[in-house]
Every structure is written in structure tokens, then in C-alpha cells.
Design a protein around this ligand. Sequence first.
Ligand SMILES: NC(=O)c1ccc[n+]([C@@H]2O[C@H](COP(=O)([O-])OP(=O)(O)OC[C@H]3O[C@@H](n4cnc5c(N)ncnc54)[C@H](OP(=O)(O)O)[C@@H]3O)[C@@H](O)[C@H]2O)c1
Length: 312
Amino acid sequence: MKTTDKIYVAGHSGMVGRAIVRKLKQSGYNNILTASHSQLNLTRQAQTESFLEQEKPDIIIVAAAKVGGIQANASQPADFLYDNLAIANNLIHAAYNSGIGRLLFLGSSCIYPREAPQPITENSLLTGPLEATNEAYAIAKIAGLKLCEFYRRQHGCLFHSAMPCNLYGPGDTYHSENSHVIPALIQRIHQAEISGDKQVALWGSGTPRREFLHSDDLASAVLHLLDLDNPPDLINIGGGEDLPIRELAELIADIVAFNGEIIHDLDKPDGTPAKLMDSSIMHSLGWKPHINLREGLTAVYQDYLESSAIDT
Ligand SMILES: NC(=O)c1ccc[n+]([C@@H]2O[C@H](COP(=O)([O-])OP(=O)(O)OC[C@H]3O[C@@H](n4cnc5c(N)ncnc54)[C@H](OP(=O)(O)O)[C@@H]3O)[C@@H](O)[C@H]2O)c1
């Protein structure tokens, strides 16, 4: 990747897209192309094709997706499948048609079977049934990564994919029902703290284990992969450590200085019991994360406080 390359970051306004744009700029890449959702709806094939044909970026990073937590995924499966299939299909096919040589597609660890042996290697793909609560999202992401693999095999274009573990970072989506676990817990525990509540409810049993990576670490992995001449079709990106959701909640409570009790709402689903990825291939290629969870969460809580102060 050259600093003069024109790099289109699809989904630049999202948590991941923003981190990638920040990292690109810090690393001297200033020819960055972006388009907001209202300027370019990536579920629309004709719009996507004419945008890429006109702009002809050298590289595309696909960080655009319909993303949400367990509740959003479970309650809107048709939207999650349709939007994410359409985004992958439109961008990858239009990139090929416009002669764009390189594309990096981002998926997520939910592409792997629910009961995949831990830590999950790339070889676990399509070896068993998916977790029901995010099946729609996972199927769309599997189709996207397979499109990249098959366009590369059939047409020789350097399209490849990376599957990050659960991510968190500044600019995350804070929503009472639809957020991922970290922003949901930050918001709920913060609200409990300022309201003086004695208890806060954690969804599910708290026993599922999850692996988390700061979005800035993911961004450095993305640049690392784009510097490789022959990257694997599919690669896991994670730090290699997980923890139970209960422990995560206790850590956030400590950062927020909430002294009340964390109780469990057992009517809410748990999701996959464990999702630790084997990222040894990525680590062997010379990339490692640098932000530990406590330090990352402390900074993210600060960002949450600052952005909620601006919003109010
Ligand atoms: N967050 C995680 O924990 C996590 C974990 C693993 C992998 N990932 C992957 O990282 C990528 C980005 O996730 P994120 O957390 O940054 O999500 P996000 O904050 O919700 O950002 C998604 C981005 O996609 C854009 N977008 C959505 N639908 C679009 C459409 N039809 N046309 C154009 N733009 C559209 C959004 O724009 P608007 O906001 O304007 O709609 C936003 O810029 C996804 O592929 C996801 O699978 C995320």
C-alpha cells in the first residue's frame, strides 16, 4: 500500500470506520475517499456501481454493515441478512467490474459455528450450525468472505477478509436495546450510578466468555494486512484472551465507580457460550494488539461521558 493510494473506507462514520480513517491519517495516508450513507446507499447496486466507476479507488476497506447486538440481530433477521448481503454483493462485484485491485472485507467471529472448538481457527468455518441469535448476520458475512475468495480465485483480484473478535472503542453505538455488550453495559451501569440505583441488571447468566479488541488495535491490524502482498483469504483478528461477561460487567462497574449490585436478567438470551478466536496466524505475521482491556474501557468511558455531555 502506497501513501498516495486512493483508499475508500466504506462505513467511515461507524466505530470501526472512524478508527481506520484515524489510523490511515496518522500513518500518512491522506488520499482517503468516504461517502455517507445518505450520499451512497450501499444496498443499492446501481448507486454503488456508478460511485466506484466514477471514483476508481485503488483500495476498498469494507467497514460498512448493518450492525447490532443480540436483541437487534434476533428481532430483525430479515434486515440483517438483506442489508449485509446486499452491501457485500454490491461492493465486491462493483469493485471487480471497476477494475479495483484490492479490497479488504470485514466480518466478525460470529461466522463460526456455535460449538466450534476453542480457540476457533479459520478452519472451523462451515463445520457446524451457527448461533441462532445471529444466524442472519453470520450468513451474510460468510457470503461476503466467500465472494472475496472466489473473485480472487476466478479473476485474480486481491480481495480478502478479516474476522475480528468483539470490538469496542470511541464512537460506539449507545442504545438501550440494540447495542453490543460493552456500550450497553457502560450506558446501563452509568445510568444506575447517576440515578443512585442499588442494582443493575446484566442480560443473561453472565457466564458466556467473550474476547474484546479495541477498534484502534483493529485498525492497526487492517493496515498491517493491507501491507501484505499475499494475505490469507480469511484471517482471525483478536488478542487471544477472553473473560466471562460477568467479569466484564464488574470491570465496567469499577471504572464507572458503581458500588451497587449486578443482578442477572435470565429472561434474556446468552448467545454463544464462548467465542475465543485463534489469532495465531495474524500474530505470526507480526501484528499484536497494544491496548489492554481496562485501559481501553477507561478511555471509552471518558469518550462516552464527553459525547453524552455534547448530546445533552
Ligand atoms: N462492533 C463490533 O463489535 C464488531 C466486531 C467484529 C466485526 N465488526 C465489523 O466491523 C464493521 C463495522 O462495524 P461497526 O461496529 O463500526 O458498525 P457501526 O458503528 O454500526 O458502523 C457501520 C457503518 O456502516 C454504514 N452503513 C450501514 N449501512 C449502510 C448502507 N446501506 N449504505 C452505506 N453505509 C452504510 C453506517 O452508516 P450510518 O451509521 O450512517 O448508517 C456506518 O458508517 C462491520 O462489518 C462489522 O461486522 C464489528
